[in-house]
Design a protein around this ligand. Structure first.
Ligand code: ZN
Length: 269
């Protein structure tokens, strides 16, 4: 195939051999592409500062599939470095997580201009305000584009509209939410019985409304507790579909705990 020039973001990169690098790119034209950048660690002419780093939008010149199963990356130039992501630890941690998630939830040779634009817009927003609402919106959008959008409006079992009276909880099959009474019924218990303890946390109205907003747009920031619950719930959803752990999640979690500790009222001596 002939050479091609396209805009791209680096999703993942690793050194290969003495001087090469293998990069996984999200490209505007071809979707996800794995490519080898020969001599990348020596050539500062073809791969100038930051041209093989994540979070910056690049212009790449490549020959798709000319090197075994890998594309051949000839040259990369930084178009927009998105320095705000690098200047804000919270934005950086979320950008790392969303980038890893994008890599895991996409397949090669499946071009999607829509996903490219979505990723580009979200990365550009990180570092300009609270990161979590942006990240939650992206995770839900990515699930949707992968065919895994959770249904937050109707119960996954009885298909009735979900309200706070349904005492909804996450469907362990990943469909979205289900009324908790179905679990009680399956156990032969009265859902109103005080002895009935649902196996998963009940999603209250505040959290449900926040998630519904996040599914369509970047929501206004929620209270810390609601935001943390949304993060946990979306992680659970991602896990249901991916069935594997994300490397960047530990970093994100450590940072979040650090921040929560700093925001706790100081105890008197
Ligand atoms: Zn139901």
């Amino acid at each position: 195939m002939d050479e091609l020039t396209t805009k791209a973001f680096v999703l993942r990169t690793r050194n290969y051999g003495e001087s090469d690098r293998i990069v996984v790119l999200l490209t505007e034209e071809l979707g996800k592409v794995s490519a080898i950048a020969k001599g990348a660690r020596r050539s500062h002419r073809r791969f100038a500062g930051g041209a093989l780093e994540p979070f910056g939008e690049l212009n790449v010149r490549m020959a798709p599939k000319s090197y075994g199963s890998l594309a051949f990356l000839h040259e990369s130039r930084v178009l927009s470095s998105n320095i705000k992501v690098g200047a804000d630890l919270d934005a950086y941690a979320w950008a790392s997580y969303l980038t890893e998630l994008t890599e895991l939830m996409t397949v090669e040779h499946d071009p999607s201009r829509d996903l490219y634009d979505f990723y580009r817009d979200v990365i550009a927003r990180l570092g300009t305000g609270p990161a979590e609402p942006v990240a939650h919106h992206y995770v839900l959008g990515l699930l949707d584009r992968s065919g895994w959008a959770p249904d937050l409006d109707a119960c996954g079992i009885c298909a009735e509209p979900v309200t706070e009276f349904s005492r909804p909880m996450l469907d362990s099959r990943g469909s979205g939410v289900v009324c908790s009474r179905h679990e009680a019924e399956a156990l032969g218990l009265d859902p109103d019985d005080a002895n009935f303890r649902p196996s998963r946390r009940i999603i209250d109205d505040t959290l449900l409304s926040y998630l519904r907003r996040a599914a369509t747009d970047i929501p206004d920031p929620a209270e810390l507790a609601v935001s943390d619950l949304a993060t946990a719930l979306l992680e659970r959803l991602v896990d249901l579909h991916l069935g594997r752990n994300l490397r960047s999640r530990a970093f994100l979690k450590g940072l979040r705990m650090e921040r929560r500790r700093a925001e706790q009222p100081k105890e008197l001596p």
